[in-house]
Design a protein around this ligand. Structure first.
Ligand SMILES: *[C@@H]1O[C@H](CO)[C@@H](O)[C@H](O)[C@H]1NC(C)=O
Ligand SMILES: *[C@@H]1O[C@H](CO)[C@@H](O)[C@H](O)[C@H]1NC(C)=O
Ligand SMILES: *[C@@H]1O[C@H](CO)[C@@H](O)[C@H](O)[C@H]1NC(C)=O
Ligand SMILES: *[C@@H]1O[C@H](CO)[C@@H](O)[C@H](O)[C@H]1NC(C)=O
Ligand SMILES: *[C@@H]1O[C@H](CO)[C@@H](O)[C@H](O)[C@H]1NC(C)=O
Length: 407
């Protein structure tokens, strides 16, 4: 003999409440991973107009984690063909035109619907700083040409500007510490934690026509013109930052050699070439550079076929870096091991561009982030719906049990 109709309905409703309850529970568990629905991706473009060349960086981040840290990633790094924009004094229009190739490359990666919402900046550094000193009307013409081309692109162009050396250093410092997660971290227990201040790193950077040093000093900063203060994620930072114009690599080489050498290198590239990026002691670094410089040119050419374009610069730039770090910044045998030569931190190229974009778009809030990683809205709605369904089913089952008259 089968179940009565009342018992059948009761069991069916109870089963439904079980399934629905289980679904709600699973949704509760997957919570923060929110893999169920694709989240919107946002984009930002920054042109780094340096003295010897221009680069474009395309950054992307999930829209619902705008205020998080370590979530901005680099989607594209594009080297603009030709020299730096400050070299186009005789034909300023060409400075603007030169940027088109990389811009098109970036636009392909951004969904068309997002173009208008994508901020774009161009920041010019030492090359333009020097040109403005030399002939400010030429610098103005180049900025106008660049603004004209970029202003016509479908993205939201915020402008082209000259970065002060101090800003370049400060934003480079933000980029590195953001990339390494030393400003603020989202811990696995689900809280924002502030890593101890000792984990913050200083930043040294060498461009084509200037060199920057930025760090949190142990004592007070006496010369206020070298101090940059900012408030990030609820903490105040006071960094020492100094930019030495004309001490960049090309400027040094042009004093050494006759004419400007367009080689494209800095601390990292030179040391990478010389195989000195893995924390060798100062004595080894010194010996390696001197050995390389003393090797007969014929031998050098034979050992590195096809690299002759930059090959002739590595000796001079290696010696220059060594002198700058050892005699300029006074790194000794004891403090040398604290230096790390890197191209990237946390998957983004080291430079001022990311820090600049984060600051201008307000993505690093001054106040500590109050809310946790947002659970995606879709998952939240589903959770509520299934919880309500479970409740309805349970109440339904109770009503059946209580009020269904026996048939
Ligand atoms: C600056 O450049 C413009 C255009 O090339 C030229 O006419 C002008 O004489 C220059 N001014 C100076 C001070 O060199
Ligand atoms: C940080 O600086 C702001 C001013 O910029 C000041 O009002 C605040 O008290 C400072 N906070 C701390 C913890 O020093
Ligand atoms: C580097 O090596 C050169 C040549 O061997 C030597 O004259 C110089 O003193 C060394 N410098 C340092 C900082 O060790
Ligand atoms: C970041 O941008 C704000 C304006 O939005 C500016 O006041 C502040 O000085 C910038 N931070 C740094 C480190 O330059
Ligand atoms: C980041 O969070 C702050 C509050 O903590 C908010 O005011 C700000 O608008 C947020 N920034 C963005 C870009 O959403």
């Amino acid at each position: 003999m089968g179940l009565s109709r009342k018992e059948q309905v009761f069991l069916a409703i109870l089963g439904a409440s079980g399934v629905s309850g289980l679904t709600a529970l699973i949704l509760l568990l997957v919570e923060a991973t929110s893999v169920l629905l694709p989240t919107d991706i946002k984009f930002g473009i920054v042109f780094d107009a340096g003295s010897s060349h221009t680069s474009l960086f395309l950054y992307q981040w999930p829209a619902d984690k705008e205020n998080g840290t370590g979530v901005v990633s680099q989607a594209l790094a594009c080297q603009v063909e030709g020299p730096g924009i400050s070299s186009y004094t005789s034909d300023p229009a060409q400075a603007g035109e030169s940027l088109r190739g990389c811009l098109e490359e970036a636009l392909v990666l951004i969904p068309e619907a997002q173009h208008r919402k994508t901020p774009m900046f161009l920041g010019a550094t030492a090359g333009m700083r020097l040109l403005r000193q030399k002939n400010s009307s030429q610098a103005r013409d180049i900025f106008a040409a660049v603004t004209q081309v970029l202003g016509r692109s479908p993205v939201d162009f915020w402008g082209a500007e000259l970065l002060a050396g101090q800003d370049e250093g400060a934003f480079g410092w933000i980029t590195v510490n953001y990339g390494l997660g030393t400003l603020v971290k989202y811990s696995f227990t689900g809280e924002w934690i502030q890593p101890p201040e000792e984990t913050l790193v200083g930043a040294l950077d060498m461009g084509g026509a200037s060199t920057q040093i930025t760090f949190v000093p142990g004592g007070p900063i006496l010369d206020k013109s070298t101090q940059a203060d900012f408030r990030l994620y609820g903490s105040n930072y006071s960094v020492y930052t100094h930019s030495y114009l004309c001490f960049g690599r090309d400027q040094m080489l042009s004093r050494l050699l006759v004419g400007l050498v367009q080689a494209f290198s800095n601390f990292y590239y030179t040391f990478h070439f010389l195989n000195l990026t893995s924390g060798q002691p100062l004595s080894t670094v010194n010996a390696t550079i001197w050995e390389f410089c003393q090797r007969p040119w014929k031998l050098v050419e034979a050992s590195y076929p096809g690299q002759d374009r930059w090959l002739r610069d590595y000796c001079a730039s290696g010696l220059y870096i060594l002198t700058l770090l050892h005699e300029g910044y006074r790194f000794s045998e004891e403090t040398w091991p604290s230096l790390e030569f890197r191209k990237q931190a946390g998957g983004v190229d080291i430079g001022w561009t990311l820090g600049y974009m984060l600051n201008l778009t307000g993505m690093i809030p001054a106040d500590a982030p109050a809310q946790l990683w947002a659970v995606s809205y879709g998952v939240w709605v589903a959770k509520v719906v299934f919880m309500v369904l479970t409740l309805v089913a349970v109440v339904g089952a109770a009503l059946v049990q209580l009020f269904w008259l026996q048939d």
